[in-house]
Ligand binder design. Structure first.
Ligand code: ADE
Length: 421
């Protein structure tokens, strides 16, 4: 596809030089993706493939998209969230020849128009973060599915939606669940979300965490990372969970575990990372004056903002990404980033060093789908283990960290069962 005047929609092309510099800065911390890109440049494994990408438009994503382009793909990109776009990056991507449709703060109509612009490119592969692209393709453009060999999905929420589609027999092409790779969720979800959520919270509010009652709703990989990082800054961290095993894990990791109802009157800060609906709901009635509420899960439905609004006499923005709700009873509660992904709205998302592994998984999974699609079924696939392990090996090498290898004697020992000695 050649670049025309109209095959993009970004805030301001004049921001491109700043975006280029920031993309290059992120690249320094993405050595694994760099190796993939160098091989893709030589081998062109995605030659001629139309790749429709719905991802957070960040410096790290730009490095992924440039890798896919280096592999020969014709990439078209849109944002996977209305608030997560970095406008300078979107502008730079257009200059790099990647049709990009993303503007930070776009309304819902524009958000879906941008998804449609990507679908208009008639993708042969999808690359999604949250499953909006795949869901829209299945619902509104079933006739285009014949063009699609498969796709990849980045995030927990997207994988949950895809598994529901698979269960209902609705999924019509194979998708690799990148989130399920160990080199994705063990690092991106845990250390990435842990750090970037606090980054968003601190940039938005500049509150001191030491001594605060900090409630983490959900103790999956993201919750684990957030709880441990908040504790590191001196907060008194309380975890809420619905899963008994995860709740027990949080207890044994040394956190107070209780219900949100119970802890609400004492909470200074409540952050949701569950992937579920209305996790902060009627408990809002019990929150104390000055409590801060935010979300780092994919969708803006973890906090019941409608209910919060019903309780409010007035609302106003008091700082960037901080909205004050003055309740009829006089209490003031503070909602961050409209309940959208706090880490990508008020900060820059996860640091490049973890996105390096997530996006190496994306690029290598796209290559795998391109090679294997004729043998695949319309199912959710995990990233092949050899890809996952190779990414870990390359990351360790880039970090200059050697590890031991099994001796022949140990291999025989591990493969034997007859004798314990
Ligand atoms: N998801 C979380 N952090 C991200 C980042 N920096 N870039 C793209 N997607 C992300």
């Amino acid at each position: 596809m050649t670049q025309t005047e109209t095959n993009y929609d970004v805030k301001d092309l004049a921001l491109a030089p700043k975006g280029r510099d920031r993309i290059a800065w992120a690249a320094i911390e993405m050595p694994v993706l760099r190796l993939v890109r160098e091989r893709f440049e030589r081998e062109k494994p995605l030659e001629g493939l139309r790749l429709g990408c719905c991802l957070h438009i960040t410096t790290e994503t730009a490095n992924l998209l440039l890798t896919l382009k280096a592999g020969g793909a014709l990439v078209t990109a849109c944002a996977s969230n209305p608030l997560s776009t970095q406008d300078d990056v979107a502008a730079a991507l257009v200059e790099f020849g990647i049709p990009t449709y993303a503007i930070k703060g776009e309304d819902n109509t524009t958000y879906y128009r941008h998804l449609d612009a990507v679908l208009d490119s008639r993708p042969n592969q999808t690359m999604d973060d949250g499953c909006d692209l795949v869901s829209r393709l299945h619902q509104d453009r079933p006739h285009q599915i014949v063009d699609v060999q498969g796709g990849t999905e980045e995030t927990t929420t997207g994988v949950i939606r895809l598994k529901a589609m698979e269960k209902d027999g609705a999924l019509k092409f194979p998708i690799v669940a990148v989130n399920e790779a160990d080199t994705k969720h063990m690092f991106d979800n845990r250390y990435g979300t842990g750090q970037s959520t606090l980054d968003g919270l601190l940039r938005a509010t500049n509150v001191l965490l030491a001594g605060k009652v900090f409630v983490v709703c959900g103790y999956g990989w993201c919750g684990k990372g957030l709880a441990s990082r908040a504790r590191g800054l001196g907060a008194h961290v309380v975890v809420t969970e619905v899963d008994p095993i995860r709740a027990l894990e949080a207890v044994m990791d040394g956190f107070q575990v209780t219900t949100l109802e119970e802890i609400a009157p004492k909470a200074d800060i409540v952050i949701t990372v569950t992937g579920n609906l209305n996790v902060v709901d009627r408990q809002i009635r019990k929150l104390k004056d000055g409590a801060i509420i935010g979300n780092s899960g994919h969708f803006n439905d973890e906090i019941n903002i409608g209910f919060l609004d019903e309780l409010a006499e007035s609302r106003r923005i008091v700082r960037d990404f901080v909205e004050e709700f003055k309740l009829f009873d006089g209490r003031k509660l503070y909602l961050l980033a409209d309940g959208r992904l706090l880490n990508l709205s008020a900060a820059e998302g996860h640091p490049a060093a973890v996105m390096d592994m997530s996006f190496a998984n994306q690029a290598l999974s796209a290559e795998w789908v391109a090679k294997q699609h004729s043998t695949l079924e319309p199912k959710v696939y995990v990233v092949p283990r050899d890809i996952d392990e190779e990414i870990a090996r390359l990351k360790l090498t880039a970090m200059g960290i050697p590890i031991d290898v099994l001796t022949e004697e140990q291999k025989v020992y591990l493969a034997s069962w007859q004798s314990g000695t």
